[in-house]
Design a binder for this molecule. Structure first.
Ligand code: NAP
Length: 258
């Protein structure tokens, strides 16, 4: 339910250290991507941690320029080499953009799934229409859709779609890239429980069956987020969060499909 994000954790030694710290604290899900330029460092952190590979849920993503059939196969092999593993627990299509062609891209994902290199197939930044189309082309099930989700972008429609089709929602930017610290309602709730706004956001996501992957660099942030697992928000606080303005999107590149 709670993983470690690594986007912009770019200094290799720091990134490896964050991954090792998180794993030794109890995290078991690590999220990276070809585009983050840190798969080597993530692999080093995993190797350095006193945790077995098979106890870790490792996810990476194929970048939008690598989504031709052959490129998916070749660059996934390169990701495996960098990560120092011979399988991935989850491989995502990073965005339905640029070289993404449902038929050929997803045929390569199916092949990796069939040969056991990839245990689960995921998509990211997919809207309902992309999910419909992908489900038509894929033989394997879609395990997860990774999308920006936090109290100010609640993704109600995508969560309903996911429920209906048995797809996990993985929340990226679950702290709204720091904006959770600026919202009064979250501040008031945090004060009530004596926790951080980060914990409030993560506990709200968990209550809604959403897996969160906050990016944190320091041990203090990694631990603060981990402690959200013991925070139980009361119904009235969940309702206050549900009533927040829901349109604050933080990740919106020009190639986004919306
Ligand atoms: P985020 O997790 O919402 O926020 C990260 C920011 O919050 C960092 O500045 C971090 O600082 C800070 N932070 C973390 N924990 C904190 C705490 N307890 N108290 C105070 N500050 C805290 O943003 P994100 O990195 O955009 O999203 C998380 C992960 O989702 C990414 O790292 C990546 O793995 C994934 N992602 C995927 C996509 C996609 O297209 N699929 C897009 C965006 C992100 P420090 O680093 O200093 O700890």
């Amino acid at each position: 339910m709670l993983g470690l994000g690594t986007w912009e954790n770019e200094d290799p030694d720091q990134c490896a250290e964050s991954v090792r710290t998180a794993l030794e604290m109890g995290y078991r899900h690590i999220d990276t991507a070809q585009a983050y330029g840190n798969e080597d460092a993530v692999g080093e952190g995993i190797a350095a941690a006193d945790v077995d590979r098979e106890d870790i849920f490792l996810a990476t993503k194929v970048w939008i320029s690598n989504l031709d059939y052959e490129d998916v196969l070749e660059t996934t092999q390169a990701s495996l080499d960098k990560l120092g593993t011979d399988y991935l627990d989850l491989l995502y299509v990073h965005w339905p953009s640029r070289a993404y062609e449902p038929e050929s891209t997803l045929a390569a994902f199916d092949e990796l799934y069939d040969e056991g290199t990839v245990k689960n197939i995921g998509v990211s930044n997919f809207e309902p229409r992309h999910l419909d189309e992908a489900r038509e082309h894929l033989d394997a099930p879609i395990f997860a859709n990774q999308v920006e989700t936090h109290p100010m972008l609640q993704q109600t429609e995508l969560r309903e779609y996911a429920d209906e089709h048995d797809i996990e929602i993985v929340a990226y930017s679950p702290l709204a890239r720091g904006d959770v610290f600026e919202v009064d309602v979250l501040g008031e709730i945090a004060e009530k429980y004596g926790v951080s706004e980060a914990q409030v956001s993560l506990a709200w996501l968990r209550e809604n069956d959403v897996t969160a992957i906050p990016k944190a660099t320091s041990e203090a942030h990694i631990r603060d987020n981990w402690e959200s697992l013991s925070l139980e928000l009361e119904e009235q606080d969940l309702e206050r969060i549900a009533d927040l303005d829901r349109t604050r999107r933080k990740v919106d590149p020009g190639f986004a499909p919306w």
